[in-house]
Design a binder for this molecule. Structure first.
Ligand code: FES
Length: 238
């Protein structure tokens, strides 16, 4: 495989000149310089899928909004991370996520430690802009330690990626289409019957909402360890 040479690129974020390396994304360079761009499916240490679109930014000369987590920097590009257009689109994206499942925070175990909730507070999203379309999914509480509640899932696929890329178990996948899509274990078996799952709990730690959680834990005790992945990746090289 021929590797492309990494070069230094200069570009602008919000009118300020910034340099980064050609193999870096807009999001990585922005965060290195303390510029906050909201994310949901992205988690440092895992591959990027660009599925949630929360990190959309404007690139001068383009009509489209581009996900910052997958867009590689280019020499001379001009990025805007916040504008009325971006904010309106982020609100619509969040509205659709809320409308697709049952995200009633007051009855969710992740209340207070949920990235979907915190993004809607930060934006802020005062009300949902589209009709509710959520259906009722069966909860899988078969595992001795963990619960899978698809009603709280935003399909960010962090659980799938951490299981594949960090744990190497390949125990989680997606089934169904559109609004009916949900995460499954092995060939859609109860979690307790999964032969691939190692019960490591990494999927639970990285879940941004209350879709995957530890059993017998109250709302006050829920403590997601999303940063653990980065630690594991760093420690691999030692
Ligand atoms: Fe970039 Fe989800 S964080 S698309």
């Amino acid at each position: 495989m021929i590797r492309e040479k990494v070069r230094v690129k200069t570009f602008k974020i919000n009118g300020v000149d910034i340099t980064g390396q050609s193999n870096q994304t807009v999001l990585e360079v922005a965060r290195e310089h303390g510029i906050e761009i909201p994310t949901l499916c992205y988690l440092e240490g895992l591959s990027c899928v660009g599925s949630c679109r929360m990190c959309i930014v404007e690139i001068k000369g383009s009509h489209e909004l581009i996900p910052a987590c997958t867009a590689k920097i280019k020499e001379g590009m001009e990025v805007i991370t916040n504008s009325p257009k971006i904010e309106a689109n982020r609100k619509m994206i969040l509205s659709m996520l809320f409308s697709e499942r049952s995200h009633t925070c007051s009855t969710c175990v992740a209340n207070g430690d949920c990235e979907l909730q915190s993004k809607s507070v930060e934006l802020p999203l005062e009300h949902i802009q589209v009709p509710y379309l959520n259906q009722r999914f069966e909860i899988d509480a078969s595992h001795k330690n963990f619960v899978n509640d698809p009603n709280r899932c935003i399909l960010c696929t962090r659980c799938i990626r951490v299981c594949d890329e960090i744990e190497g178990a390949y125990a989680i996948g997606l089934a169904g289409r559109g609004l009916s899509t949900r995460i499954i274990h092995d060939m859609d078996e109860p979690w307790a019957d999964s032969k691939s799952c190692t019960s490591c709990g990494k999927c639970v730690y990285v879940c941004p909402t209350g879709a995957l959680y530890e059993k017998d834990v109250t709302e006050e005790e829920v403590f997601k360890k999303r940063g653990i992945i980065l630690e594991l990746v760093k420690n691999r090289g030692k």
